[in-house]
Write a protein of this length. Sequence first.
Length: 132
Amino acid sequence: MMKKRKPHTSDGVMVPPRSEESSLVAWEQNPQARALRVDLQSGEYYVFPYIHFGFARFEREGDHETLQVSFATHDIRVSGHHLREVGLALQKLAVDWIREAPARYAGLTETGSAFIERIDINEISAGDSPAA
């Protein structure tokens, strides 16, 4: 089960906490989410409105898992461990944000908690769309 914590706000805008312990939390579930924020290790982030959500696909190969999330303009590929719960929350459009963390921290997460090692974001070009 995911740890719950009180969100931090800055002028009414939700921001992730900065403590080292909380940096291991890979995602936040919120049934009121209207968009998915994707935080990268570089400090860069993207916000994808759920109105443009296409589908999610979960794959498991040994102990490694992949979650593909497709929006109208971008495909997101999430790699890590224990991602099934994240995918199931996407079914309800209830994932507020996801965040990648360095692989060296994978062993420090709680047993059974999602760990996101890598997030790849690719823009869909006009030639990639099924209508083209």
